[in-house]
Each structure stands twice: as C-alpha cells, then as structure tokens.
Design a protein around this ligand. Structure first.
Ligand code: NAD
Ligand code: UDP
Length: 368
C-alpha cells in the first residue's frame, strides 16, 4: 500500500525548520495547516483534541499529499511542549488553541482563563526558552468591544469586552504587546478575525459540529439539516438594510492564506502588529439565510425574536492594512462561502467520523 509518507516524497518542503500550529486539528487550524503544507512549510501540530479529532488532520495530509507531525498534547503542559521544541527546529508558532464559545465562557469563566490565558503564557515561556520568537496569534474582532468607527480599523480603541472569552483574547494580546515591548527579539502578528465561515471547496474538511452552536452560520447549518426547526433571528429592529444584524463573514480558506501571508511578514521582523482579517463587506442575518437557502436549494425557516444582549447592529472590517502590508486579499464571496459550507455539511452530516485505528496509527507513526 502506498502510504502518505512515500507518496509525499514526490513533494518536498521548500522551507527550513518547522512551524508549530497549536489547535491545528480544529476548524481554522486545519484549513491553515493544509495551506501551509501546500506552500511547502514543515508543520508540527499540537492539539489536545478537546474540540477536534485526528480525522481532520488525516484528511489534511491526504489533500496536501504531504505529511505533518502531530502531537496529542495540551499547551498547558510544559513538560510535553519542551521535548517537541527540543526535537524540531521551530522558527514560528501559529497559535490557534483556545476554547471559543462566548456563551459557555460566561458559565465556566475559570476554565476559559485557565485554558486560554494560562495555556498561552505557558506556550510563550517555552518559546522564549528555545529562542522561538515568532508568533501569529488568533485574535478576534471581539477585542474592539463596541467599535468607535465602522468599518473598524486597527487604530480603534480596544474593549471594554463583556464576556470572558473575549477578555482572554484581549489579555493575550496585551501580554504579547508587553513581551514585544520588553524584548525586541519577539515578532508577533495579531490576526483579528471577523466572522469565519465556509469550508474547504473539496467538502473534505470543515467545522465539526459540537453542542448547540452560538454563531449564526453553524446554527443555520443545523436548521438546514433538520436538527432545529427554525433560525431565531436576534432582533429585527436594528438600523440596518432590513433590521437584522450585519456582520463581515470571511471564508475560512481566506483566513488560511492570511496566516501564510502573516508568516512571510514575520520574516521581515515587524515587531508587534495587529491586522484585521475581514472582507469589508457586511451581510445581514436575512441576507445570510437567503444565501444559504440558494446554496442548499431549501427554504430555511426563521423567526424574528428579541435582540441578543450585548449585540450591536453592524460590525465590518477595515482590512486595508492587511491588504497593504501582508499583500493579502480575500477572494471568496458570500455565495461561495455558503456553497462550500453546504458541500461540507451535505457530505459529512455528522461531522468527522471516528478515525480507524489504522489511520490514527499512521498519524502517530509520523511523529515518532
Ligand atoms: P476550534 O475549537 O475548532 O479549534 C481550536 C482547537 O484548539 C481545537 O482543535 C481544540 O481541540 C484545541 N485546543 C483547545 N485548547 C487546547 C489546549 N489547551 N491545548 C491544545 N489544544 C487545545 O476553533 P476555531 O474556530 O478553529 O478557532 C481557532 C482560533 O481562532 C481560536 O483561538 C478562536 O478563539 C479564534 N477565533 C475563532 C473565531 C470563530 O468564529 N471560529 C473567530 C475569531 C477568533
Ligand atoms: N444571530 C442570530 N441568530 C443566531 C445567531 C446569531 O440572529 O442564532 C445574529 C447575531 O445577532 C448577529 C449575527 O447573527 O447579528 C452574527 O452573530 P454571530 O454570533 O455569528 O457572530 P458575532 O455576533 O459574534 O459577530
């Protein structure tokens, strides 16, 4: 049987050293790992699989035709991270690992602070110990709180942020800014994502559904699949095109290319810089439901209910800094986001299946 290891010998790396991707088995991480492999980077993934499974990485390797190294490990565990840094020449870290549900974070804030903040600080200490001073951090538009200006740009004031999840993002950004100010060996790019959605156009990797989603697109997907009877639209009386909330949705594959652009930028020793990753175009909840309905060819029932506390009418990105300094431009529009999302959920209605033991073993052998 041709294994991925010998298949991949036909495609080799064009980059020295390794990029460590924390949380690389998750939704945005897995799409980014694929893009990194396609671009010739050597990748080591660390993920504790608290919100992911090996199958995403097995599929990523197959799509890329190149292997990656995988460690089922927790970023909170320094004793697991150290041997990984000893073994691989890690020159940069893409740091995705985090708990990410806003609603859940208000119920179990300590878990969020511990996992996201302590986990990040632990990772940064290990990076510093090994002289791995280049980091790209997964931040969020949530750090702007209620933005002063729309579209929001990177000079807008940060916070106040009202939920523990968002506060962890702001705290980690602050820690990184302080680290960079204290030691100019550090280079950090803070990528503030707007509203990620979609899936790889192959339909082979995507967002694995778990529990009741908070976010609009995963919720709409579950209504399409018949798991919930209708979409609850939170507010129909905003000052927007049709009264429903407007957001800047961005294809996950555009986020993936944004990370590769950020890695290239790190090589120019930029210090600490934040970039918005969004399209600059806003769509209302009703426009999203209509676009998803076009993509799947089904009516999507909805009911307009009261506003969700803390929501604001419109949030869109001014991403001109990322365009100018990273040379990054999103290429997917709303219809493509919905078509790709639909392709993924139609072919994988229950998300990723449990991987076979053989597949898991192949992945583990690659890191031995
Ligand atoms: P995800 O849950 O799919 O991926 C996060 C991954 O991190 C998961 O695979 C999980 O198993 C892993 N993980 C969590 N804690 C860990 C730990 N202590 N050690 C090792 N692995 C750990 O989420 P995602 O949507 O891919 O988000 C990736 C990053 O982007 C997160 O930092 C998230 O906060 C940020 N972000 C996401 C969105 C969004 O809407 N999806 C928006 C803005 C920012
Ligand atoms: N929204 C909604 N119903 C839902 C989830 C979200 O009407 O079940 C709305 C929400 O009020 C906002 C938009 O959809 O206007 C995007 O919400 P999401 O939680 O996905 O992103 P965020 O508000 O964090 O930008």
């Amino acid at each position: 049987m041709e294994t991925l290891e010998n298949k991949s010998s036909k495609k080799s790396s064009s980059h020295e050293g390794y990029v460590l991707v924390t949380g690389g088995a998750g939704y945005i991480g897995s799409h980014t790992v694929l893009e990194l492999l396609i671009c010739g980077y050597n990748v080591v993934v660390v993920d504790n699989l608290s919100n992911a499974c090996e199958e995403s990485l097995i599929r990523v390797q197959t799509l890329a035709g190149r292997p990656l190294k995988f460690y089922h490990a927790n970023i909170l565990d320094e004793q697991t991270l150290i041997p990984i840094f000893e073994k691989y020449n890690i020159w940069a870290v893409l740091h995705f690992a985090a708990l990410k549900a806003v609603g859940e974070s208000t119920k179990i804030p300590l878990d969020y602070y511990w996992n996201n903040v302590t986990g990040s600080l632990n990772l940064f200490r290990v990076m510093e110990r090994f002289g791995a001073y280049n980091i790209v951090f997964s931040s969020s538009a949530t750090v702007y709180g209620q933005p002063d200006i729309i579209p929001v740009n990177e000079k807008c004031s940060l916070g106040p942020v009202t939920n523990p999840y968002g506060k962890t993002k702001l705290f980690i950004e602050e820690a990184i800014r302080d680290m960079c100010a204290a030691n100019n060996k550090w280079n950090a790019i803070l990528l503030r994502y707007f509203n990620p959605t979609g899936a790889h156009p192959s339909g082979v990797i995507g967002e694995n559904p778990r529990g009741i989603p908070n976010n609009l697109m995963p919720y709409v997907s579950q209504v399409v699949q018949g798991r919930f009877p209708f979409v609850k639209i939170f507010g129909g009386d905003y000052d927007t095109v049709d009264g429903t909330g407007v957001r800047d949705y961005i294809h996950v594959c555009d986020l993936a290319t944004g990370h590769v652009a950020a890695l290239r930028k790190l090589k120019t020793k930029p210090g600490c810089v934040a970039y918005n990753l969004g399209t600059g175009v806003g769509y209302s909840v009703l426009e999203i439901i209509k676009a998803m309905s076009r993509a799947c060819g089904k009516e999507i029932p909805y009911q307009i209910t009261k506003r969700r506390p803390g929501d604001i009418a419109v949030v869109t990105a001014d991403a001109r800094l990322a365009n100018a300094e990273l040379g990054w431009y999103p290429k997917y529009g709303l219809d493509q986001m919905c078509q790709d999302l639909w392709r993924w959920i139609d072919s994988n209605p229950l998300g990723y299946p449990e991987s076979s033991n053989e597949a898991k073993q192949i992945l583990q052998q690659m890191s031995a």
